[in-house]
Design a protein around this ligand. Structure first.
Ligand code: NAP
Length: 256
C-alpha cells in the first residue's frame, strides 16, 4: 500500500529503535521522511531509499529558535508537513534523593519541552496556511507523541522520565482540545516494553528480564514495528475521528 504517497512525515529520534522502525514503515508506504537525530542515520537511510532526508540535529541542545528554524527549513524544502512524530527520548536512572538537576533538565527538555515546541511550530504554520478552511477536505495535520507506560505509572528510579511522560500525555490531550476543530489530530502511542538499545540493560539482567516477562500478559517484549503500526494507524484516514487518545501498545500490561 502507498497510503502516504505525497505526504511529508517528520520523525524525531529516527536513527534507531522505535523511531527507526516508524521512519521505515512510513517510507515503505510512500512518504517523504524527514528524520532527526544527532547521529548520521546511514542504516535507516540506506533501507528507506531516496525519499529520506536525514537531519543531524541535537534537539536537546538546541534553543527554541533553532527548533523553529528547523520546522521553517522543512516547510521551505517540502512545502508541507502532514505528520509530526515526536519520538526522540532519553532516560536517566538514579534514586530520587540523588537525582541531579542536570539530568532532570536534560530529560524534561528532550522528552517534553522539545515535543511541545515542535507541535507549536507545526500548528503555527498550519493555522497560518488555512487550518480548518483548507481546500482539500481530507487534509489534516497529524501529531503523534510517543508516550510510555510511565505516562500512567511511576517506574523505578526514573523520576524525570516519569514526569516527562506524564507530561507528554497531558499535552497530547491539551493540544487536541485546543486544535481538534482546526483539522489537527494530536494523539499518543504508549509503548510497553520494546526491544531497543534503551531497554538492553533490562533485557540483559536475568532477574529484571524474567520479572518483566512474567508481568506482561502476552509474555513477550514488543518489537519496534508494533509501535510503528500504531503510528501508521493514527496517521491514516481511519483515525480521522481519533483525537487526544493515548493508545497503549503494551501486550496487555496496563490491563493487568
Ligand atoms: P533509543 O533506542 O534510545 O532511541 C532514541 C532515539 O532518540 C535515537 O534515534 C536518538 O538518536 C534520538 N535522540 C535522543 N536524544 C536526542 C537528541 N538530543 N536530539 C535528537 N535525537 C535524539 O530509544 P527507543 O527505545 O527507540 O525509544 C524511543 C521513544 O520511545 C522514546 O521517547 C522512549 O521514551 C519511548 N519508549 C520506549 C520504550 C522501550 O521499551 N524502548 C517504552 C516506552 C516508551 P541519536 O542518539 O542519534 O541522537
Amino acid at each position: 500500500m502507498n497510503r502516504f504517497e505525497g505526504k511529508v512525515v517528520v520523525v524525531t529520534g529516527s536513527s534507531r529503535g522505535i523511531g527507526g522502525s516508524i521512519a521505515l514503515a512510513f517510507a515503505r508506504e510512500g512518504a517523504q521522511i524527514v528524520g532527526v537525530a544527532r547521529s548520521k542515520q546511514d542504516d535507516v537511510k540506506a533501507e528507506a531509499g531516496e525519499k529520506y532526508l536525514a537531519v543531524p540535529f541535537d534537539l536537546g541542545g538546541a534553543s527554541n529558535d533553532k527548533i523553529a528554524s528547523f520546522i521553517g527549513d522543512v516547510l521551505k524544502q517540502f512545502g508541507r508537513i502532514d505528520v509530526l512524530i515526536n519520538n526522540a527520548g532519553i532516560i536517566r536512572r538514579a534514586p530520587a534523593v540523588e537525582f541531579s538537576e542536570a539530568d532532570w533538565n536534560d530529560v524534561l527538555r528532550v522528552n517534553l519541552t522539545v515535543p511541545f515546541i515542535l507541535c507549536q511550530q507545526a500548528a503555527k504554520w498550519w493555522l497560518k496556511s488555512g487550518g480548518r478552511d483548507r481546500a482539500a477536505a481530507e487534509d489534516r495535520l497529524r501529531m503523534i507523541n510517543i508516550a510510555s507506560l510511565l505516562s500512567f505509572q511511576g517506574g523505578i528510579l526514573v523520576p524525570a522520565y516519569a514526569a516527562s511522560k506524564h507530561g507528554i500525555a497531558g499535552i497530547t490531550k491539551a493540544l487536541a482540545n485546543e486544535w481538534a476543530k482546526e483539522r489537527i489530530n494530536v494523539n499518543a502511542v504508549a509503548p510497553g516494553y520494546v526491544e531497543t538499545e534503551n531497554t538492553r540493560p533490562l533485557r540483559e539482567d536475568p532477574v529484571r528480564n524474567s520479572a518483566i516477562l512474567s508481568r506482561i500478559p502476552q509474555g513477550a517484549w514488543a518489537r519496534p514495528d508494533a509501535i510503528a503500526g500504531a503510528c501508521l494507524y493514527l496517521a491514516s484516514r481511519d483515525a480521522d475521528y481519533v483525537n487526544g487518545c493515548i493508545l497503549n501498545v503494551d501486550g496487555g500490561w496496563l490491563a493487568r
